[in-house]
Design a protein around this ligand. Structure first.
Ligand SMILES: Cc1cc2nc3c(=O)[nH]c(=O)nc-3n(C[C@H](O)[C@H](O)[C@H](O)COP(=O)(O)OP(=O)(O)OC[C@H]3O[C@@H](n4cnc5c(N)ncnc54)[C@H](O)[C@@H]3O)c2cc1C
Length: 479
């Protein structure tokens, strides 16, 4: 038997959604894998992202129902305990123990690429380890980006890394950033009873989403008591007796200034990639706009080094990290290479109402010069939505003019994040709207909205010429 040149088939740096998936998948295939994590197993999604935010939203939604009946907001300790329960319940799945059982060598420490096949680990317990691998996978994710606002550091602020473990719920909260993170958390705190001001520097919240759907979410936020301020930036912050003050500058000719007094500031103004101290450039990895330049096999300019998850981008979602991880497992271990396909990318913002998207938005179609027509089905036209008093919402499907292939879809309303999956499957299997129309949907369900979309598309295809032909035939049929 020949001596192995490398200790490992793959060394994975970062044990978040992407790294865990690569490590578990590769080990499951029998590969020797080392997984390096400098902080918490599970990364952002488990500890500071998807899981705690969705548990907080659940508490907030139930609190809002109780408050509507006259009850007091639940104590923050109860809410925080619910968030902790969710994280603690899922944590064993991502733990050192489980991964060790799967056959992965887990090392807690900071990993650094020192060559095309070498990783150096500064172990948290002290000392250094050098690992040699056939392939190296960097999956170090992202963290909160905090803009340099004068006085902010001194005044203090929270981010997604600290907001879930605050000692108390702020009575007044300023949320900086109107992307999915700011909007979800802002609405959650408003439902829990905080007076929330949400500031977004752009013209509207959720700028990557469909404008009509984002407008509906904004209305819902405002109904929940969130003051939404768009086109404004925070220019200064300061702490003081009884609270914190933030200076807002509104865009426009007048450039008006305003001071907002709050108890806490939540910074949700964007993400920065965890590339510092990773040694990518020094090891020879070509960078592109702050992230490693990748081909469609998720391979860097060093063919033995791959990237996935938030670090790889361009979509910062756990499900995309998982999808990329599947491609990386194949490519890092086997000669037959898989390619990453971004044709059908779904995402959801879990506000109340939820906003879900797959494929092209109208703005994206316009930007790419792709002609489209829009079919819009209001929630109000679906019996189950009426029964459940969930008529606030709509489904928009984009198809090429005169055809019923699906280019993209937006859904805003109750359970949109769940319901959109029928369209995700349809798009990924290249089904058409007529296939949805021809599929029996259980009555009365919310999912019937998909059949309705198919019916609408059929109706739109019933052109005046076709109508004339059918009328002629039916006249003949009556002879
Ligand atoms: C508040 C919030 C809510 C979110 N909600 C959703 C949601 O509902 N749905 C969804 O799909 N996505 C959501 N996301 C996004 C999702 O959390 C990320 O897309 C996902 O965690 C990315 O996974 P990752 O593995 O790339 O990175 P991460 O989860 O960030 O993991 C990277 C890991 O690498 C470690 N690391 C970094 N540098 C080094 C180093 N040099 N050596 C060793 N280890 C290192 C880090 O400590 C970390 O554990 C949310 C994010 C936030 C912040």
């Amino acid at each position: 038997m020949t001596m192995a040149r490398y200790d490992y088939n793959a060394v994975v740096i970062g044990a978040g959604s992407a790294g865990l998936m690569v490590a578990a998948g590769a080990a499951g295939l029998g590969a020797r894998v080392a997984l390096v994590e400098r902080h918490k197993m599970g990364g952002d999604c488990l500890n500071y992202g998807c899981v705690p935010s969705k548990a907080l939203l659940y508490s907030a939604k139930t609190a809002a129902v109780r408050r509507a009946g006259g009850a007091e907001p639940p104590p923050w300790a109860e809410v925080a305990a619910n968030v902790r329960r969710a994280v603690d319940t899922i944590a064993p799945h991502d733990s050192v123990e489980r991964f060790t059982e799967l056959g992965v060598d887990v090392m807690l420490g900071g990993g650094r690429l020192t060559g095309p096949h070498e990783v150096e680990v500064d172990l948290n317990e002290g000392g250094t380890r050098r690992l040699a691998a056939r392939s190296v996978v960097v999956a170090t994710g992202s963290g909160p980006l905090v803009p340099d606002i004068p006085g902010l550091a001194e005044a203090g602020y929270v981010t997604n890394e600290t907001v879930f473990t605050m000692p108390d719920r702020p009575r007044r909260l300023l949320v900086v950033g109107g992307g999915p993170i700011g909007v979800e958390l802002g609405q959650a705190f408003a439902k829990l009873g905080s007076a929330v001001t949400l500031v977004e520097m752009g013209e509207r919240i959720l700028p990557r989403d469909d404008a009509d759907a984002a407008a509906l979410v904004r209305e819902a936020l405002e109904r929940d008591g969130v003051r939404v301020v768009t086109g404004a930036t925070v220019t200064r912050a300061e702490g003081g007796e009884g609270g914190k003050r933030a200076q807002l500058r509104h865009a426009g000719d007048g450039a008006a200034e305003e001071e907002v007094e709050v108890d806490e500031i939540l910074m949700a103004a964007g993400r920065r990639l965890n590339v510092d101290a990773l040694g990518l450039e020094a090891a020879g990895v070509r960078m592109d706009n702050g992230r490693p330049a990748l081909n469609d096999r998720l391979q860097t300019s060093l063919p033995s080094v791959y990237a996935c998850g938030d670090l790889a981008g361009p979509y910062l979602f756990t499900h995309m990290a998982n999808q990329q991880a599947r491609v990386v497992i194949q490519n890092a271990l086997f000669p037959k290479k898989a390619r990453m396909d971004y044709r059908v990318v779904p995402w959801a913002t879990f506000t109340d109402p939820e906003l879900a998207q797959v494929g092209l938005t109208e703005a994206a179609a316009e930007a790419q010069g792709i002609p489209y027509r829009v079919l819009r089905i209001p929630y109000a036209g679906v019996d189950r939505m009426v029964c459940d008093d969930a008529t606030d919402g709509f489904l928009k499907v984009l198809t090429p003019p005169g055809r019923d292939d699906i280019l993209g879809a937006t859904m805003v309303g109750a359970h949109a994040g769940e319901l959109i999956h029928e369209l995700v499957l349809a798009m990924s299997k290249r089904l058409r709207l007529r296939d949805l129309a021809g599929t029996v949907h259980i009555y009365p369900t919310m999912a019937e909205i998909m059949r309705r979309a198919g019916d609408e598309s059929r109706k739109a295809g019933f052109t005046p010429t076709l109508q004339r032909w059918v009328a002629r035939y039916l006249r003949w049929h009556r002879r």
